[in-house]
Design a protein around this ligand. Structure first.
Ligand code: ATP
Length: 296
């Protein structure tokens, strides 16, 4: 097997009274997008900050291309910081120039500007950018040194759906350049779309790890039938079901046998006009494994 870009062994981070990260092991192959998921307080940020070299582990080992994290890692890693790293009184162009001056080599500014689609905002003060524009600039700053591995900690939190889709395209363009991306996110759809591998964390431990499709196939052999409550006659209520949404009145039936369940519904006089069959999603898996609803 090719050498992983990151190799994490028995990693712990203990704060007084809390084991934020409590013994995790994983490897990240080169060139993939690896997602860390988990409910609030699961230990994602602590983990990614240890991988970034910002937080010192209590114990355990992190290897980058086979070596303990050191000068090579610092030259070859890109971190998308949040606002603290940003010089608000500088324009986008000035920020890009300032950050690229910190590295001996890197991407030409024109290329960065094009990848992150910043052409229109170059002369705008960083403080005047919208949320989506700001994230694109922060991503550009993370890419100035043309890193081999890029760390993105909740990069699309607070963005509107269009800005989030735009950001996904950027991440895909980084992947197309054979870069490795480490991502934390609360959006399961984002993880499903971007990540080749995910690790779900809870209480400082990894509770599931694999490709999204492999995890779904392992955990679920069923699908979900949704139908409006008004189309679900009393006679059909012998079929195990639950109320998905009391406001819109949607019934959810989990079944490994769609044909059989549909036959039962018809037999009990249910209308199938508003019925939908959907496969299991990462959101279902997240809720099943962590017992927690997703953060809005
Ligand atoms: P979120 O989704 O809310 O960002 P997370 O999965 O990133 O959560 P962490 O921020 O890694 O979780 O926090 C894990 C645990 O460690 C939490 O209980 C948190 O309160 C605690 N923690 C994190 N940083 C510190 C710190 N500097 N000092 C003490 N406790 C901390």
């Amino acid at each position: 097997m090719a050498q992983p870009i990151l190799d994490v062994r028995n990693l712990h981070k203990h704060y007084p009274g809390v084991n934020a990260v409590n013994g995790i092991d994983f490897t990240v192959p080169q060139g993939i997008c690896f997602g860390l998921l988990g409910p609030n307080g699961a230990g994602k940020t602590t983990t990614i900050e240890m991988l970034e070299g910002i937080t010192k582990p209590t114990s355990g080992e992190i290897r980058y291309k086979g070596e303990l994290q050191g000068a090579r890692f610092r030259q070859e890693a890109g971190i998308q910081f949040q606002s603290t790293a940003l010089q608000d009184f500088l324009t986008v162009r000035e920020n890009l120039k300032f950050f690229s001056s910190l590295y001996p080599k890197g991407l030409p500014l024109e290329e960065l500007i094009e990848i992150c689609r910043l052409q229109e905002y170059l002369d705008r003060d960083a403080s005047k950018l919208s949320g989506g524009q700001r994230q694109r600039m922060l991503l550009a700053l993370a890419l100035v040194n043309d890193p081999d591995v890029v760390f993105l900690d909740e990069p699309t939190t607070g963005l509107d759906p269009q800005a989030r889709l735009n950001f996904w395209e950027l991440v895909n363009s980084i992947k197309a350049r054979h870069k490795t991306v480490l991502l934390t996110t609360h959006y399961m759809e984002e993880a499903y779309n971007l990540c080749d591998e995910i690790a779900i964390m809870d209480h400082g431990k990894i509770i599931a790890h694999g490709s999204p499709d492999a995890l779904l196939a392992t955990h679920f052999q069923d699908v979900i039938i949704e139908l409006p409550e008004r189309d679900f006659p009393d006679a059909a209520k012998t079929i195990p079901h639950r109320y998905l949404d009391k406001v819109t009145g949607t019934i959810e039936i989990i079944t490994p046998d769609v044909n059989g369940t549909l036959a039962q519904l018809i037999q009990h006089g249910a209308s199938l006009a508003g019925l939908q069959v959907r496969p299991r999603t990462l959101e279902d898996l997240f809720i099943e494994l962590t017992g927690k609803e997703l953060r809005a």
